[in-house]
Design a protein around this ligand. Structure first.
Ligand SMILES: Cc1ncc(COP(=O)(O)O)c(C=O)c1O
Length: 379
């Protein structure tokens, strides 16, 4: 099945009890036991399973082309649960410019469990090879990275990890599996902030982890139940609805991003554009080998803080907010938003300068977006 058909028909889209065309919100914490010692009883308690969240996890499994998928109450819920697969004494390699929340988890929570970390330039496979220690158990990727859209070579890192028996994890929030199928590229576990393109309407916070490895799946299901960071049934339903239009939403958003990136690249007020869909991106070729397009997110740098403040006052259409992946265009200021939890020194080291803005393209008409950017930069 092709993507749009799959998103409408490839998983539990009908209610198995009534045939309703939309799986209902099973708003219940518990389920009546019609009989004791009954192996047929499918659901016991909503923290363990619920028909609405089961349908969603089936949808995630289908979306990710995975054997198994687990839902969480946020992208960070998925990421932290996956990192809990590590044991005391293990070592994990992260990209230097990993998402701020993941970075904070790695630097403040993992040390409490004697889990060691290294932050390296994942785009440099030799640097990764050098960082591997006898106790390295995980290589964690994020490609393209947030917010500088750095690209790492997924297949090369998987091959390096496989030679040493190291597990690989990829945060695929920016591309989604529709445009970059990390499991097919050999990654062991994919995590995504469902808050972003999958739900797509800026009205839910959620996360997923998907894998073809049965053992990881059972461990993650146990964590989901025991840490208890389950997704609420109303949110699960909203995501089920949002997912149906994901294919056409993201296709449109990517076209807008490519056009805007090309426009901004030639604008005299813009110092630099970061977008893997541009041939000027240093790893454009690697990106286009592992992904179908440049994605719907780009970043650009204005010349000064004054220019940044003027531009953000003048721009009309995108909302100025944290997050990405909504149907509306979203402009973010990484230095004061997603990367605010880093120290100023860590931000400078990562290249997250004050003049940097990240744009998540929505599905507005491109003529209106271009006109808005043109007038906002005309000062
Ligand atoms: C790349 C990436 N991963 C993970 C997250 C965390 O997701 P959530 O906010 O759903 O916990 C974000 C949030 O912005 C993100 O951009």
């Amino acid at each position: 099945m092709k993507d749009n058909t799959k998103l409408l028909h490839g998983y539990t889209v009908l209610d198995e009890y009534t045939g309703a065309a939309s799986v209902p919100i099973y708003q219940t914490s518990t389920f009546n036991n019609s009989e004791l010692y009954c192996a047929q009883q499918k659901h016991l308690y909503t923290r363990f399973s619920n028909p609405t969240t089961d349908a969603l996890e089936d949808g995630f499994r289908c979306l990710e082309n995975a054997a198994y998928a687990v839902s969480f109450a946020s992208g960070m819920g998925a990421i932290s649960n996956v990192l809990m697969l590590l044991n005391a004494g293990d070592h994990v390699i992260f990209p230097k410019e990993v998402y701020g929340g993941t970075c904070q988890f790695a630097t403040t929570i993992l040390p409490k469990y004697q889990i060691k970390t290294s932050f390296v330039d994942l785009a440099n496979v030799e640097e990764v090879a050098t960082a591997i220690q006898p106790n390295t158990r995980m290589i964690y990727m994020e490609t393209p990275s947030n917010p500088l859209l750095k690209v790492c070579d997924i297949k090369a890192l998987v091959s390096l990890a496989n030679q040493k028996g190291i597990m690989t994890v990829a945060d695929n929030t920016f591309m989604t599996s529709l445009f970059q199928d990390c499991l097919a590229l050999g990654v062991d576990i994919v995590v995504e902030s469902v808050t972003k393109f999958i739900n797509g309407h800026s009205d839910v916070v959620a996360g997923l982890a998907a894998t073809n490895n049965e053992d990881y799946y059972h461990q993650l299901k146990l964590f989901q139940k025991n840490f208890g960071a389950i997704l609420g049934v109303e949110d699960a339903w909203l995501i089920l609805r949002g997912m149906k239009t994901m294919g056409i939403r993201v296709d449109h958003a990517v076209k807008n991003a490519q056009t805007l990136a090309e426009f901004l690249e030639h604008h005299p007020k813009i110092k630099h554009v970061y977008y893997p869909g541009l041939t000027s991106h240093p790893n454009h070729d690697i990106h286009m080998m592992q992904a179908k397009n440049g994605g719907a997110v780009l970043s650009f740098e204005l010349g000064s803080k004054e220019d940044l403040l003027t531009f953000t006052k003048r721009i009309q259409i995108p909302i100025l907010a944290v997050s990405l992946g909504g149907v509306e265009s979203i402009l973010s200021h990484p230095a004061t938003m997603s990367h605010a939890c880093l120290t100023p020194e860590e931000r400078v080291e990562q290249g997250v300068v004050d003049g940097l803005l990240r744009l998540s393209c929505g599905i507005e008409n491109i003529e209106d977006l271009l006109a808005d950017f043109e007038q906002a930069l005309n000062f």
